[in-house]
Design a protein around this ligand. Structure first.
Ligand SMILES: *Cc1c(COP(=O)(O)O)cnc(C)c1O
Length: 228
C-alpha cells in the first residue's frame, strides 16, 4: 500500500463515520490526489483558484471540490460552474457575488460562512455581529442562488490544546445560535467545518462534522515546492 493510502486508512480508523473527511490537496500534484481518490475519498479542498483550475481537468469529474481559501470576488466566475462547496465565504460582498454569478448559470452554490475564531489577526472571517446583520437584511433574503450549509473556522496555530478547544467550542456555539435563530427550518444548514492535521481530534470532541486534512494524508508541504 502507498503511503497516501495507508495514511488515509489510519486516519479513517480514528474518525467517526459521520464526520466528513476533506482531503486538502493544495500544492500536491494530480497523481497524489488520484491516489487518495482511489482509496474512496471524494471531497478535496484547494485554497487557490488558479491551482484548482489547473488540476481539476486532470482528475476524475466526480471529485467534489471544496474551496477553503480566501476567494477574491473577481475569481468567483471561474469556480462557480463546478465547485461543490465554497467554505471560505468571509464577506457579504463575496456572498452576493457568488449569488449573482450562480444566477447567470442557473446553479445553486453551497457555502459555509467562515467565522474568525483564532487569535491571529491574519485569518479571514466574519464575526458574529456581522453575520447577524447580514442574515437579517432584506438583501440576504433575496439571494436565491446560494445555500448556507453551515460554518467554517480555523483555530489559532498553537500547541495549547485548551486554547484550540475553546475556539472550536465557540464555533460550535456560533453554529447552534445561527441554527436556532435563523436556520431552524433549513435542512441544509448542518455543517461545522473545523479541524486540520494538528487539531482534528479536538475538533471531533467539540462536534465537528467536517475535517480538512492535508499533511496527515499527503505528508508535510514543502514551502520551496509551492507552485506559482
Ligand atoms: C492547508 C489548510 C488545511 C489543512 O492543513 P493541514 O495542517 O495540512 O492538515 C485545512 N484548512 C485550511 C483552510 C487550509 O488552508
Amino acid at each position: 500500500m502507498s503511503d497516501i493510502a495507508s495514511n488515509i486508512r489510519l486516519l479513517k480508523q480514528q474518525i467517526p463515520q459521520s464526520v466528513k473527511l476533506v482531503a486538502v490537496s493544495k500544492t500536491r500534484p494530480a497523481n497524489d490526489i488520484l491516489e487518495a481518490y482511489n482509496t474512496g475519498l471524494k471531497y478535496f479542498g484547494e485554497n487557490r483558484v488558479q491551482e484548482l483550475l489547473s488540476k481539476k481537468d486532470l482528475l476524475p469529474p466526480d471529485i467534489e471540490w471544496h474551496l477553503i481559501g480566501h476567494l477574491q470576488t473577481n475569481k468567483v466566475k471561474y469556480v462557480v460552474t463546478f465547485i461543490s462547496m465554497i467554505q471560505s465565504v468571509d464577506t457579504f460582498r463575496l456572498l452576493k457575488t457568488i449569488n449573482s454569478e450562480a444566477h447567470k448559470i442557473g446553479r445553486i452554490v453551497d457555502c459555509l460562512l467562515q467565522i474568525h475564531i483564532a487569535e491571529e489577526e491574519t485569518k479571514f472571517g466574519f464575526n458574529m455581529a456581522e453575520i447577524d446583520e447580514m442574515v437579517r437584511s432584506v438583501e440576504f433574503s433575496e439571494l436565491k442562488y446560494i445555500r448556507i450549509c453551515g460554518v467554517m473556522g480555523m483555530a489559532t496555530f498553537t500547541d495549547d490544546s485548551l486554547q484550540v478547544q475553546k475556539e472550536f467550542r465557540y464555533l460550535a456555539d456560533c453554529f447552534n445560535d445561527l441554527k436556532r435563530n435563523y436556520f431552524k427550518d433549513s435542512e441544509f444548514f448542518r455543517e461545522i467545518s473545523m479541524g486540520m492535521s494538528g487539531d482534528y481530534m479536538t475538533a471531533i470532541r467539540e462536534g465537528t462534522t467536517m475535517i480538512r486534512i492535508g499533511s496527515l494524508i499527503f505528508g508535510e508541504r514543502s514551502k520551496q515546492n509551492k507552485p506559482a
